[in-house]
Write a protein that binds this ligand. Structure first.
Ligand SMILES: [Zn+2]
Ligand SMILES: [Zn+2]
Length: 429
């Protein structure tokens, strides 16, 4: 079923507005009067049953003869997106058509998404186990081709990836190189459509806000290689930056790492650590299917049942928690040598109370630190790392089947099955 909505402004104007002039066309009338005007033909469908939206191409009423303004870019005037409607709503996501902007604001970049990948965090949002603003265009992992840009150095036709965090570059956090914690942060896949109508990747187009890091992709980084890198790989590059200067290579215990979790973060982490010179990289996970991949990425697979036998206490220089399970914390602390570093990445949920005493931390002189998302610098490094090493490790194999956007529900089901590290969505199919 289609609902046609929008405001009644008759004067053509750029679709994208600043937050102070919200793009109220998009979902602003949710639950209210449903209207349609040719100037503002935002459309929406529920996903039950699935429908194939057809963007309006002509005025609905003979009394409003002015045709819609034509955007200056791309071959289509509309984007089609998956919009999260909120926890407990039925349906909790819909497919929506949104008119593309006619004119971008300074700093904005409009990208045609070539491939997006379904992240576990999106599954949590849709399962209701993670709180998210709504309505918002879902999805943050993806790559694409620039179709319009008002950013110096970013040109139409470039293939790019972009950061999940759009920052202001002006606040205290930004001044501390913590753009990922910007006080005016907007996150791709987690921003209200009234603020940013197309800032998500389960969409034919993503409108990257000013302050979103944009990084060109070399041709070797195919969509399959590139789509997931702006989440797990860039985050692990950030985590790697937390490793302090290590003792000289060759000294006992100088280059041993433990990665707790063999998901995307974990296998990227294994490859990053090996390329950084770590001689032994243990990677633990109870899921044997995932563990089977670890050696392909340079890690030593460790099932929790073997952990005590394989990893001696006080033998690891640096440990990474990338599994989201608080049960691993005491094991990580136990494995670390005196002066070791524990980097927490995956436990981004409230049920994460640490089972470790301050005494242990003090007596072992441990450094425990957290990493959340990343900055543009880390995204650049992630692209460079993948460009250098994609031949050496089977990164391509991390992405399973690809679905069209119209089949998003099935893509979700397959993603939930856990058979693949990532399931992909090609919004152009
Ligand atoms: Zn992700
Ligand atoms: Zn800021």
């Amino acid at each position: 079923m289609w609902h046609l909505r929008g405001n009644t402004t008759l004067t053509p104007e750029p679709y994208i507005q600043s937050p102070s002039h919200p793009a109220s066309q998009c979902l602003s009338g949710l639950g209210g009067d449903l209207k349609n005007t040719p100037q503002n033909p935002v459309t929406m469908s529920t996903n039950s049953p699935p429908v194939t939206p057809t963007p309006p191409t002509s005025p609905m009423s003979p009394s409003t003869p002015t045709p819609p303004p034509t955007p200056q870019h791309g071959t289509t005037s509309y984007a089609k997106s998956i919009v999260f409607m909120g926890k407990g709503r039925s349906p909790n996501f819909v497919t929506e058509s949104t008119r593309l902007p006619i004119q971008l604001s300074p700093g904005q970049v409009l990208v045609r998404v070539e491939l997006a990948t379904i992240c576990g965090s999106d599954l949590h949002t849709l399962n209701g186990t993670r709180t998210s603003v709504h309505p918002c265009v879902l999805g943050h992992e993806g790559s694409g081709v620039v179709v319009d840009s008002r950013r110096e150095g970013v040109e139409a036709g470039q293939r790019v990836t972009w950061g999940v965090c759009a920052s202001c570059d002006n606040c205290l956090s930004c001044s501390l190189a913590l753009g990922n914690k910007c006080m005016k942060l907007h996150k791709c896949g987690h921003t209200l459509v009234t603020t940013a109508p197309l800032f998500g990747t389960y969409s034919t187009h993503t409108l990257c806000l000013a302050g979103t890091p944009i990084v060109p992709l070399p041709p070797a980084l195919t969509p399959t290689l590139a789509a997931p890198l702006n989440c797990s790989l860039a985050t692990m590059v950030h985590a790697m930056a937390k490793i302090p200067t290590l003792p000289r290579p060759g000294h006992p215990g100088a280059t041993v790492a433990l990665v707790q979790g063999a998901g995307m973060l974990g296998v990227y982490g294994c490859a990053l650590l090996r390329e950084a010179g770590f001689g032994r990289v243990y990677c633990s996970d109870p899921n044997r299917t995932r563990l089977a991949k670890v050696s392909d990425f340079g890690g030593i697979a460790v099932h929790p049942e073997q952990e005590d036998d394989l990893i001696a206490p006080d033998s690891v220089d640096v440990a990474f928690e990338v599994c989201g399970s608080k049960e691993v914390m005491s094991r990580g602390v136990r494995a670390l040598r005196p002066g070791g570093t524990y980097i927490l990445v995956g436990l981004v949920h409230p049920d994460s109370r640490m089972d470790v005493t301050a005494q242990t931390i003090i007596l072992k002189c441990l450094t425990i630190t957290g990493v959340h998302n990343y900055t543009g610098e880390h995204l650049h490094s992630a692209v460079n790392f993948l460009a250098r090493h994609h031949h050496r490790y089977p990164f391509k194999s991390l992405v399973g089947p690809t679905y069209p956007l119209s089949d998003f529900r099935n893509a979700l089901e397959v993603a939930r099955s856990g058979k693949f590290f990532r399931v992909a969505v090609n919004p152009q199919l």
